[in-house]
Design a protein around this ligand. Structure first.
Ligand code: ZN
Length: 460
């Protein structure tokens, strides 16, 4: 597949903003044909999967794929013949590689575990450049934020609340930006906060730093909005950018209100990159020139626009090294085909999928509220876990359901889990919380197969 330079990516993305729906459909088709041909030629997994298909199959003819079957066949999935899964695992375990490229060409990210099934993802320069162009064109330059030119000002004071300590996409991007600024002699403009940090510490550091731009997970920003309202946090940001998790209108308006500044939002995933971006009319437009989203029902049949889906099939037209083609994600969405007043030609979506419950514990000095990501990220890089789910059974009781990979040493995995989770609990003044692990299937919602990675159940 041909590469795309940063300049070409910006041009391609910008040009698509003015296309008709029909022209975007054509573009999708063209890019899909190229991707499928590439996957069939260079990925043993897809070659096998598509063996019986004609030379140029339609999207609907391609069999859907799932995370478990793909991660189990990582070595066959990757299209680069020099790829070694073992080398990737070693790269991820070594924190010294952070911000570096794997095999000198791929950015690596691991999922923040919202689905409880860890995934390692390579992004080639094509994916990275197009993603950056999508953000630049449809977020930073959008009418929603363009009255705040500080967003592109390299000297703006920029704070991020991220999952640190792993190869998470946002953390890697933050470190890259910091390194690029330092190379230009700009220092002291970026403040990194970890979601694993106690809220009190975060508040103190933000008060001292006084950021102009804050980025982070909606659930963490919601916690900070509460701190601002109670008067402990005293900051005057110019813009707040949410990403990675679902942002409900309620949370967005609440954050906007508490901080009196516009809130931008990007829905991204490790597999698909920047899936959708908030416009100035409050709608999350799909970047459908580069990502195909097909809402489906529980049996895999397409559901019409305006109807809630049980899951979606996602196709990422950017990434050639680790092709994501009709990849099933158990998020429920509503796709809207109606035109939006903002003028963008892309359909928009309501993403209803990933509302994990919010952890709240009884600590020694009152209630401690945390983002579920604190726990999900603590464990998602631990090798040997197949699927996990946290279940909070009471104000001082937390359990984790785990299913292990076949060849792992379960006791070693458990020791590592306990160490990582205890670290988060102690860091937040929750030494009193009892944590346990059980080997069990995660609980699933009654309808369909949707699973939440953090749930609260105080009934036991
Ligand atoms: Zn719009």
């Amino acid at each position: 597949m041909h590469t795309v330079t940063p300049q070409e990516a910006l041009q391609l993305v910008h040009e698509a903003d003015a296309l008709s729906r029909g022209a975007i459909a054509e573009l999708q088709k063209e890019r899909l044909t190229e991707l499928v041909a590439h996957a069939r030629t260079h990925s043993a997994f897809y070659r096998e999967k598509y063996a019986g298909l004609p030379e140029n199959p339609s999207l609907a003819a391609l069999p859907p794929v799932g995370k478990q079957e793909l991660t189990a066949r990582m070595q066959d999935w990757i299209t680069d013949p020099d790829f070694s899964e073992e080398a990737l695992v070693a790269f991820i375990r070594d924190m010294g590689t952070l911000g570096h490229l794997f095999m000198d060409k791929y950015s690596v990210s691991t999922t923040s575990g919202t689905t409880g099934e860890p995934l390692r993802m390579l992004r080639d320069s094509r994916h990275v450049n197009i993603n950056a162009a999508l953000l630049q064109d449809r977020l930073y330059n959008s009418p929603l934020l363009k009255n705040f030119p500080g967003i592109l000002d390299k000297r703006a004071k920029f704070a991020s609340v991220l999952a640190t300590g792993g190869h998470h996409a946002a953390f890697t991007a933050f470190e890259k930006r910091r390194a690029a600024l330092e190379a230009e002699g700009i220092t002291g403009t970026m403040e990194l906060l970890s979601i694993g940090e106690p809220v009190g510490e975060m508040v103190a550091r933000l008060n001292a730093f006084q950021p102009e731009i804050i980025t982070g997970y909606p659930s963490v920003l919601r916690v900070l909005a509460g701190e601002q309202q109670e008067g402990r946090l005293k900051i005057v940001p110019k813009v707040i950018l949410c990403s990675a998790e679902q942002l409900t209108d309620e949370t967005r308006l609440l954050i906007e209100d508490r901080f009196s500044c516009p809130v931008g939002n990007v829905f991204c995933s490790t597999e698909a990159g920047e899936v959708s971006i908030l416009c100035d009319h409050g709608r999350m437009h799909l970047n459908s020139d580069w990502i195909i989203v097909e809402p489906i029902d529980r049996d895999g049949n397409p559901v019409p626009p305006g109807t809630m889906s049980e899951a979606v099939l996602v196709t990422n037209l950017m990434n050639a090294v680790q092709p994501i083609i009709r990849y099933r994600v158990d998020d429920c969405v509503i796709l809207h085909e109606a035109p939006c007043e903002c003028g963008l030609p892309f359909p928009y979506v309501d993403i209803l999928g990933r509302t994990d419950d919010m952890p709240a514990f009884k600590g020694k000095s009152g209630t401690v509220r945390l983002s579920p990501i604190v726990f999900l990220n603590a464990v998602c890089d631990i090798a040997g876990i197949s699927i996990f789910q946290f279940i909070q059974l009471g104000p001082e009781t937390l359990t984790m359901r785990v299913q292990y990979l076949e060849d792992g040493d379960r006791e070693a995995v458990n020791r590592e889990i306990i160490q990582e989770v205890r670290k988060q609990l102690i860091g937040n003044g929750l030494e009193n919380v009892v944590f346990s692990i059980e080997e069990a299937e995660p609980r699933r919602a009654l309808r369909g197969k949707k699973m939440k990675a953090y749930i609260k159940d105080f009934s036991e």
